[in-house]
Ligand binder design. Structure first.
Ligand SMILES: [Cu+2]
Length: 490
């Protein structure tokens, strides 16, 4: 599973015109995702859990994705793929009980949360089969969309691929004071985007980088009725490697209001936005002028993207091929319906005041180079070191304001994620930091041949024995060792 061989594999594929074809499931109840669909399935909206005590159980399940054999999956709390959405309030002290009903170890990481390392759910907080892990912490993050997922070293790609994951929505008074859509499942819609490859007997193939079939909240060919008013979409890229270039079928303008770690200062109007693995954005979609009964599609405009963007490879089969590669494809078919009562009909002119970190506050700088791809070496690593469970790669002083530069002079793009902190991107070597990247971030796209520099303050939580992680969020890269550990020390 080494990406260093992808270009070689591609060359062989093109050169040899191999007869190998992708195994495709029996699709008699589901039309091909690469053609215009006429049969849709209603989008599954994950149920919500609220309060300050959250009970999660991770179970084996099955889901009828296609006719014929059911597909073995994982899900939390009885979901047959994915899990409930946890709704938390900033400032609350919460307790989460994670029961592992699998026959293998898992962990549960609270992606984006600023919490003590021993509560973080990284590779060290193992939840053995049949046991329950009960972290508790104060919710300190801003209102935004976060998520939870397994983070057990070398099993993350498998467990995530089989469906283990869920969203977390944090609410706070600043967000509550704004005239934004926030009725979950009505005008505030979670959209978890991923894709899967299935064998001919409908088994999820978790050994590959890209899926052949797009799943929105686990739903194939998803559709939803949305009210003709302002609708908020909370979008998570929960892929293994694929990135998305998001837009609507009539190329309408939509408004980015939040990214990973909170609301932006003002809504950012765009017609396209890229979202790489692990990133979240919240957008406002204005349906107020659409006729009830009309429809449009939310799409990935993924054809002809730059080399190195996950899923831009032309191959349709093989290790780095998929039926969705280098194509535009549907994410959600939207049927415009009557407005709900008391609809939001306008985009707010401003959102929240951003606090900033300035370069003059920096107390330490680090450079991480994306390395690897050498024959017989690891596919990807940082600074030529692959993850070792017992090795601390970085030590950071409490309250340090650090400048991290991640350099990617490598053959492929990556998605860099750091635990514990939210950061501010101050520069990209390409010269362009997207306006929607101006808020707090925990995950950032690293294009081929570029470097990204961000500032972060490491406050609140110290430990001399419990580390936090930084890693590529491509689960297969992370599992293969593209991950490091840091301690925040007094
Ligand atoms: Cu990577």
């Amino acid at each position: 599973m080494k990406h260093s061989f992808s270009l070689l594999g591609l060359a062989l594929l093109l050169g040899a015109c191999t007869k190998e074809i992708a195994t495709t499931p029996n699709t008699s109840t589901t039309t091909s995702p690469s053609t215009t669909s006429t049969s849709y399935n209603d989008l599954w909206i994950p149920p919500t859990l609220t309060g300050t005590t959250f009970n999660l159980s991770l179970d084996k399940s099955t889901k009828q994705f296609f006719s014929g054999s059911v597909t073995n999956t994982y899900g939390y709390n009885g979901a047959n793929f994915w899990g409930p959405t946890l709704i938390m309030n900033k400032g609350d002290q919460v307790q989460i009980n994670v029961k592992n009903n699998l026959s293998e170890t898992t962990t549960s990481h609270w992606h984006g949360f600023h919490i003590p390392a021993e509560m973080d759910g990284g590779p060290h907080q193992e939840v053995l089969a049949g046991t329950t892990w009960s972290p508790n912490f104060k919710v300190m993050n801003n209102a935004a969309t976060y998520w939870y997922h397994p983070h057990l070293h070398e099993l993350t790609a498998k467990q995530l691929s089989l469906g283990a994951g869920g969203l977390i929505i944090i609410k706070d008074p600043e967000e509550a004071a704004l005239a934004l859509p926030r009725t979950y499942g009505v005008d505030d819609i979670p959209l978890v985007l991923t894709s899967r490859k299935f064998t001919s007997t409908n088994v999820i193939d978790y050994s590959t980088a890209y899926g052949d079939y797009l799943l929105t909240n686990g739903t194939l060919n998803a559709q939803m009725n949305l009210p003709k008013q302002m609708v908020r979409l909370r979008i998570l890229n929960a892929e293994i490697e694929r990135g998305y270039n998001l837009g609507f079928s009539d190329n309408r303008t939509f408004y980015i209001i939040a990214n990973d770690g909170g609301l932006l200062e003002t809504p950012v109007p765009v017609t396209r936005v890229k979202l790489v693995v692990g990133e979240r954005i919240e957008i406002l979609l204005d349906l107020s002028k659409d006729a009830a009964g009309s429809s449009l599609d939310f799409k990935a405009y993924n054809s002809n993207l730059p080399a190195g963007f996950g899923g831009s490879e032309p191959a349709q089969s093989g290790q780095f091929g998929s039926l969705l590669n280098n194509k535009d494809f549907n994410l959600l078919h939207i049927n415009v319906a009557a407005a709900s009562s008391n609809p939001i009909t306008a985009v707010p002119s401003s959102l929240v005041k951003q606090t900033t970190l300035s370069a003059s506050e920096v107390t330490n700088s680090r450079i991480l180079m994306v390395t690897g791809g050498q024959p017989n070496g690891p596919a990807f690593s940082f600074n030529n070191v692959t993850y070792d469970h017992q090795t601390i790669n970085q030590t950071i002083k409490l309250n340090a304001v650090e400048k991290w530069t991640i350099m990617n002079n490598n053959i492929f793009g990556h998605s860099f994620h750091i635990h514990d902190v939210q950061f501010k991107i101050i520069s990209r070597s390409s010269g362009t930091v997207g306006i929607h990247e101006s808020g707090w971030k925990d995950t950032v796209y690293l294009p081929v041949g570029e470097s990204v520099t961000f500032l972060a303050k490491f406050d609140d939580f110290t430990s001399t024995k419990h580390p936090f992680m930084y890693h590529c969020h491509f689960a297969n890269h992370e599992d293969a060792g593209m991950m490091g550990q840091f301690l925040v020390i007094p």
